[in-house]
Design a binder for this molecule. Sequence first.
Ligand code: OOG
Ligand code: MG
Length: 267
Amino acid sequence: MSSNLTLSREDIVRLSERFEGAQTRAYAIPKLTNEYPGMTIADSYAVQTQLRRRFIEQGHKLIGWKAGLTSKAKMVQMGVDVPSIGFLTDRMARPENSAISVSDLIHPRVECEVAFVMKHELRGPNCTAEQVLAATDYVLPAVEVIDSRFSGFKFDLESVIADNSSSARFVGGGRARYVEDIDLRTLGVVIEINGEMVAMGASAAVLGHPAEAIAMVVNILAELGEVLPAGSFVMSGAITEAIAVKPGDSVVARFQELGSVSMRFVE
Ligand code: OOG
Ligand code: MG
């Protein structure tokens, strides 16, 4: 992937600083391709990698990865037709049933996802869904709170990957299950906000089977020269479109077989 770089080392470092500022101080910036129309996906992952290194240097702990834009509903909503990945750190995690502040976010949206916890390391390329299932310790339901750093939540694939695929917060919870005990393809999910159903779907919406999304994460990691370590927490991508939230909103994501995940949003 590094062979397709068009940005200089200086540009990559400067852009990672731009994202760090926008994330930590919660302000929107124009999408990157306005300034760098010729940038490539390799450039985008180079900026994301630099951002990850900056956070790790500051003491953030890498706890896993996420797949993004893995369902038709998300691709249609965002106008992008290729999935992406992003990294997850300890600073993004929030406890189940907690109050999540929106004052340090720009325009948060919630998504419901199946999360995998790995018992064995996985390496690409050519990682398959079968290998993912064999390497999985258990799955659990999760809600991701995404927050694009781009104005109007508008972007293209190059821009969103550089922005760590809009990663902001996430909440894992519900009931953990072994993959052999459930059919991961047919899990129904419902999202409720303030008691009203706002979205619903089934897990096959994610690339036909959520384990396919984890295999994709492993194969993109291989292109970045990385492996997926044992113990990683990996989210497979939103099943339905993302739903905007505001202070006062109470969110419950109900998953068939996996229980529910709740949180509320405050100022
Ligand atoms: C990009 C991140 C998408 C998902 O689960 O599809 C994502 C975005 O839509 O802002 O996290
Ligand atoms: Mg997501």
